[in-house]
Write a protein that binds this ligand. Structure first.
Ligand SMILES: Cc1cc2nc3c(=O)[nH]c(=O)nc-3n(C[C@H](O)[C@H](O)[C@H](O)COP(=O)(O)OP(=O)(O)OC[C@H]3O[C@@H](n4cnc5c(N)ncnc54)[C@H](O)[C@@H]3O)c2cc1C
Ligand code: SF4
Length: 488
């Protein structure tokens, strides 16, 4: 529970960032860790609050007060054991999670919440440095074969859990390397890719087989996979990008964010055969879409040397305070400003792009917007309305479409005859992750739609529990927040 008076003695403090002009020189992470003494003080801020709401705020049910207390007492190895008992990859969440736990922290009602995410990152980094994170192969094998399709955080988590239960696990990934959006979406400046590689080495040592460059449904038909394996878990993500079907969207320079980000991550990885180069260097860039993907486009554009970066969001600007109707401990829809936003982007809200303008050679040279308002009528969805007389022309040579994802691809689901939900994700209940086809399960973004890494890991773990039960009739694999991974 930390130090009894810790929250009265110490203010919230998180790691600092390198100055913008320094960090824009490369794609490396740019955080400056706190010294151990200050980390212990941050752990000490965790109160003995009776009911730790942070547990339920965390989709993994991480045992937060327990690891905070261990950090306060400098018991780092114990902290790592507690953390890993509910989270396979705290090095991902400790860097990238939006930390719904901190919004649910009891101290956060009238003070700054405990720095849970940063403590998590420091626990796992200390554990790696000290050599405490090692491969733990299963002690017994079941003889059952399991195929995991997709190697994002959901696929990796389910693979590790099922391997621990003694099954032979093969992960199929169509990309060159495993990691999903962690590798080919999220930029290196948010998480360097050696962080994924370091964990993959452990998974391989534990006995998991990775087959990359294999597109299930195309290179291997899904029904053939089903013949060969006792169970299949589909964790292929929600990959269908939303388009902006307006005049000029076929101009050269109107680019999907994921093409831009994926190519850049491959370039940073040293890959040279990248097709047509998409660069922001010397351009006025407009990023359309105000979410995580948009923010990553901003940081990447600045590192390319963009002349200017503007960010458009169709929704009105949220407040930095909790909005009414979203009380503690719920996740509030408040204005969030990322480190990339702070690198010099100008943000515009309640703005809609109406048309892209090209030159005689078909290159983008500008775009036209208008301001919009959302009209609320009781009992109906808010309606978008253009504000007359607010049309504006912008100079722009690169427009990045970061408009979210509409659902998951259907090649594999068609081949297997899977039912889809209304949002074109695979239909599988949160109670058991089973699809309508026996032996086929779905988890992560491919089941719940575009979401978060912490949810992908959580779903991967939950699905593993149900797959093991399906294969063996019973399971010792934990459910959310149960911790205590079994050695089989
Ligand atoms: C640009 C961007 C930034 C983000 N930033 C954050 C962030 O900061 N924090 C956060 O919490 N979340 C973030 N997210 C969301 C987060 O990355 C996803 O929610 C998470 O990665 C989903 O994990 P997943 O395992 O379900 O799927 P994915 O990570 O999408 O992985 C799916 C994998 O399956 C593979 N695959 C698909 N179909 C097949 C097939 N048929 N055969 C073989 N392989 C296949 C794909 O190639 C891919 O590698 C971000 C998302 C984007 C797009
Ligand atoms: S995984 Fe995310 S929500 Fe859970 S404890 Fe870590 S930062 Fe908080």
């Amino acid at each position: 529970m930390g130090k009894i008076t810790g929250f009265l003695e110490f203010d919230r403090k998180i790691e600092a960032y390198e100055p913008v002009e320094e960090r824009l020189k490369d794609y490396k992470e740019f955080t400056i860790p706190l010294p151990e003494k200050e980390l212990k003080e941050q752990g000490a801020r965790c109160m003995d609050c009776g009911i730790p709401f942070c547990h339920s705020g965390c989709p993994l049910g991480n045992l937060i007060p327990d690891f905070n207390d261990a950090v306060y007492r400098a018991k780092w190895e114990k902290a790592s054991e507690i953390l890993h008992s509910t989270n396979n990859f705290p090095e991902f969440t400790g860097r990238l999670c939006p930390a719904p736990c901190e919004e649910a922290c009891v101290l956060g009602i009238n003070e700054d919440p405990v720095t849970i995410e940063n403590i998590e990152k420091n626990i796992v980094e200390t554990a790696f440095k000290k050599g405490w994170i090692t491969a733990k192969p299963p002690l017994n094998k079941t003889g059952k074969k399991v195929a995991v399709v997709g190697s994002g955080p959901a696929g990796l988590a389910t693979a590790q859990q099922l391997n621990r239960a003694g099954h032979d696990v093969t992960v199929f990934e169509r990309d060159e390397k495993p990691g999903g959006l962690l590798r080919y979406g999220i930029p290196d400046f948010k998480m360097e890719k050696n962080i994924i590689d370091r964990r993959l080495e452990i998974l391989k040592e534990e006995g998991i087989t990775f087959k990359c460059g294999v597109h299930i449904g195309i290179d291997i038909k899904a029904d053939a996979l089903k013949e060969e394996y006792d169970a299949i878990i589909l964790t292929g993500g929600a990959t269908i990008r939303r388009n902006l079907p307006i005049e000029g969207s076929d101009l050269k320079g109107v680019v999907q964010a994921m093409d831009f980000l994926g190519q850049n991550n491959r370039r940073v990885d040293g890959i040279t055969d990248l097709g047509e180069e998409i660069k922001a260097t010397g351009k006025d860039v407009v990023v359309i879409g105000g979410g995580d993907t948009g923010s990553d486009c901003i940081g990447t554009s600045f590192r390319h040397g963009a002349t200017s970066v503007s960010n458009f969001e169709i929704m009105p600007m949220a407040t930095t305070e909790r909005p009414e109707g979203q009380p503690w401990p719920f996740w509030p829809m408040r204005l969030r400003t990322s480190s990339s936003h702070k690198e010099g982007a100008e943000r515009f809200f309640s703005i809609s792009t109406k048309k892209f303008i090209g030159d005689a050679d078909g290159n983008l040279k500008g775009l036209i917007t208008s301001e919009v308002e959302w009209i609320k009528t009781p009992g109906q969805r808010p309606q978008l309305k253009e504000v007359p007389g607010t049309e504006k022309e912008w100079k722009c040579e690169l427009a990045l479409l970061a408009l979210g994802f509409t659902g998951s691809e259907n090649t594999v689901s068609n081949q297997l005859g899977l039912e889809m939900d209304a949002r074109t994700n695979i239909k599988a209940s949160e109670n058991d992750y089973k699809t309508n086809v026996p032996g086929v399960f779905a988890a992560g973004d491919q089941r719940r739609g575009q979401s978060l890494i912490v949810w992908a890991i959580s779903e991967g773990r939950q699905a593993a529990h149900h797959v093991d039960k399906y294969l063996m009739g019973e399971t010792a694999l934990p459910l959310k927040g149960e911790g205590d991974l079994p050695r089989v």
